[in-house]
Design a protein. Structure first.
Length: 126
């Protein structure tokens, strides 16, 4: 193989690796949650929040808080902060028990991510 073909092959490999690395890092993932995953809180929260490592699109953000009865206990639509990194929803009247927080977001570069986690409210919560 001549020198120019070797250079083109090396350039092609470098381009593929660079594009893969950029694409792999382009998703938004949670950095922290309140209440946090697996946490047992003493009293019912009034809001659920998730902070993401990259901005998310406001239009496509979803956040549900599902109790044992399977009902979404969010009291309104999910809200995205002005910087696009915090997703939150108000809740009220949560009873003691286990809850699943389900989220779905689209990163500003159009990559979709979703997930869920659980937290619980100890007996005596409101």
């Amino acid at each position: 193989m001549n020198t120019s073909k070797k250079w083109l092959s090396a350039a092609a490999v470098l381009t593929i690796v660079t594009c893969y690395a950029i694409g792999a890092s382009a998703h938004s993932f949670p950095e922290s949650e309140t209440p946090s995953a697996g946490q047992r809180v003493a009293s019912a929260p009034s809001e659920i929040t998730i902070d993401f490592d990259a901005p998310i699109e406001k239009l496509f953000a979803k956040l549900e808080v599902v109790g044992a009865d399977g009902k979404n206990d969010a009291t309104g639509a999910a809200q995205v902060s002005d910087d696009g990194r915090r997703l939150s929803v108000k809740v009220s009247g949560l009873k003691p028990g286990d809850y699943t927080v389900k989220w779905a977001v689209v990163c500003i570069d159009t990559h979709h991510t979703e997930g869920s986690y659980t937290f619980s409210i100890a007996s005596g919560g409101s």
